[in-house]
Design a protein around this ligand. Structure first.
Ligand code: SF4
Ligand code: SF4
Length: 196
């Protein structure tokens, strides 16, 4: 009672004691670790070309209430390392079933699914309106940075490290295939005329 009285009287004099927020005109910034439903981050400007998801379906298998539905493509497109990969032709999440557990995020090996913070998703229509399609789920990496700057920076660094490691490995493999300057062996290992 004393606390209530102190806050009530204090709210006339100190703004920080005025805990009522005039939502939706006023909004309290959401903490970085707040989560709601998943989304699919993509790199660059093109939500198809930049989509990180390779339709491996691990998240679909691991989702406890089985609210993810994926159909893998028949063709492939380059992933963030330029490697041809399948992509989801269909990627749906039924948010009327999703329990925001984040298991899909934890199991994804490609940093391709993250938790969103959008919570104003109520609808009078209880079926199709709560089924988020790939076009609803795909959101840019810039958006991810705007809602989770620390995590997004960590993911960017991890992916950039993977790209650099792959480039280094490729360069080392190419160097191993190139004959050294002093070598005079003919292709196939046969000694060349010069070495005879
Ligand atoms: S947050 Fe949990 S329930 Fe929702 S889609 Fe991911 S794994 Fe499924
Ligand atoms: S979001 Fe991740 S785990 Fe799910 S299908 Fe795509 S790449 Fe696989």
């Amino acid at each position: 009672m004393a606390v209530t009285a102190r806050n009530f009287v204090g709210s006339y004099f100190e703004k920080e004691r005025l805990i009522t927020v005039q939502y939706p005109e006023e909004r309290i910034p959401l903490p970085e670790n707040y989560r709601n439903f998943p989304f699919l981050p993509y790199d660059g400007d093109d939500s198809h070309a930049g989509l990180r998801c390779v339709a491996c379906k691990i998240c679909e298998k691991e989702c406890p209430p089985q609210c993810i539905y994926i159909v893998k493509s028949e063709d492939k497109k380059p992933d963030y390392m330029g490697k041809p990969q399948f992509y989801p032709k269909v990627f749906d999440i039924d948010i009327s079933v999703c329990m925001s557990c984040q298991i899909c995020v934890e199991v994804c090996p490609f940093e391709a699914i993250k938790m969103d913070k959008v919570f104003e998703l109520s609808s009078r229509e209880r079926f199709d309106a709560l089924l988020l399609r790939k076009s609803d789920l795909a959101k840019s990496n810039e958006y991810y940075h705007s809602i989770c700057p620390t995590d997004a920076a960590g993911v960017d660094a991890k992916l950039a490290g993977a790209v650099a490691a792959a480039a280094k490995k490729k360069a080392a493999a190419a160097a191993a295939m190139t004959p050294s300057a002093g070598s005079t062996s003919a292709p196939g290992g046969a000694p060349s005329a010069a070495s005879a």
